[in-house]
Design a protein around this ligand. Structure first.
Ligand code: CP
Ligand code: NVA
Length: 323
């Protein structure tokens, strides 16, 4: 069965832990894995702008001995209305995996439904699971573990990063708090999905509009832009609601003394986070950005390996003898 990575909990807790361990091993030995040796190509398509996702996939696929086929999807026939299903059927005859940054989650679900090779979500309007693998890797490196830690996300609680923090961190056995204005809360179905995982993992989910209380005792404070791609129109109206949810030195001082600060980037200093915090000693943003490459190499390798048909053993005697 072909495995895909479309939402953070497409990996079970055990599988997510395995991918993070693999990412650590790959970081220690960047050229030691021949996943796409040949080289086989990997299609990386973009419907939206990108810096980190593009360069980390391109560099990472090259390190896996593959050929990164970077495609501006708007300049392809997909951008002119060729169906997603037909695009999937064409791409999977050429490449070993498909990575796509697009809009609605239903689009990547459809790509996966028609692809015989693994499909990876490189950001949709609803989720950003590759970013979360990088964030979890950064937390694991910093603290030695992820389970039992508490992460508070500040800002636009209705966006893709908030949703992925909820689902991915619950899967990792972390307590998750979303500190967001009442006007920008996570979708109820996402909260329910995270709560179910959290219950199984014995951790808690808190959605609050109390910025100060949400910081107390947190190991990690995370944030994201207040205006996501595609939401530029009418953005000014939401900014006033978001003002109390900026990570500044006062909020940071309420978290644990050794708390780490994360931001998926691009950042807008003075909006969702002050320059003092973002460029300060507790910020881990450059490790986090680097870890995109290691985490994405690990998920690609893991998916390709998990999707491979089982090898027939040479000593397999299950085939009946010919008379
Ligand atoms: N964090 C992130 O996905 O960055 P890009 O939009 O630059 O890819
Ligand atoms: N929430 C942001 C993340 C950018 C990496 C966006 O979707 O624009």
């Amino acid at each position: 069965m072909t495995r895909h990575f479309l939402v953070d909990d497409d990996l079970t807790p055990a599988e997510q832990a395995e991918v993070l361990e693999l990412a650590l091993a790959m970081k220690a030995d960047p050229y030691g894995y021949d996943t796409f040796a040949g080289p086989q190509s990997v299609a990386v398509l973009f419907d939206k702008p990108s810096t980190r996702t593009r360069v980390s996939f391109e560099a990472g696929i090259a390190e896996l001995k593959g050929h990164p086929m970077i495609i501006d999807a708007k300049a392809s026939q997909l951008g002119r209305g060729e169906s997603i299903a037909d695009t999937a059927r064409v791409l999977d005859r050429q490449v070993g995996a498909i990575v796509w940054r697009t809009g609605d989650q239903s689009r990547i679900d459809e790509m996966a439904a028609h692809s015989t090779v693994p499909v990876v979500n490189a950001l949709t309007d609803q989720f950003h699971p590759c970013q979360l693998l990088a964030d979890l890797l950064t937390i694991k490196e910093r603290f030695g573990d992820v389970a039992g830690r508490t992460l508070t996300y500040y800002g636009d609680g209705a966006n893709n990063m908030a949703a992925s923090y909820l689902v991915a961190c619950a899967t990792a056995g972390m307590h998750v708090r979303i500190a967001a204005p009442a006007s920008l809360q996570p979708a109820p179905d996402v909260v329910a999905r995270a709560e179910k995982i959290a219950e199984e993992q014995g951790v808690t989910i808190l959605i609050t509009d109390h910025a100060e209380a949400a910081a107390i005792g947190a190991d990690v404070l995370a944030t994201d832009t207040w205006v996501s791609m595609g939401q530029e129109e009418g953005a000014e109206e939401r900014l006033a609601d978001l003002e109390p949810f900026r990570i500044d030195s006062r909020i940071l001082s309420l978290a644990k003394r050794d708390a780490a600060v994360l931001h998926c980037l691009p950042a807008y200093r003075g909006k969702e986070v002050t320059a003092e915090v973002l460029d300060g000693p507790q910020s881990m943003i450059w490790d986090e950005a680097e870890n995109r490459r290691h985490a994405q190499k690990a998920i690609l390798h893991w998916l390709v390996t998990a999707s491979a048909p089982p090898q027939e053993s040479e000593t397999d005697d299950s085939t009946p003898d010919e008379d």
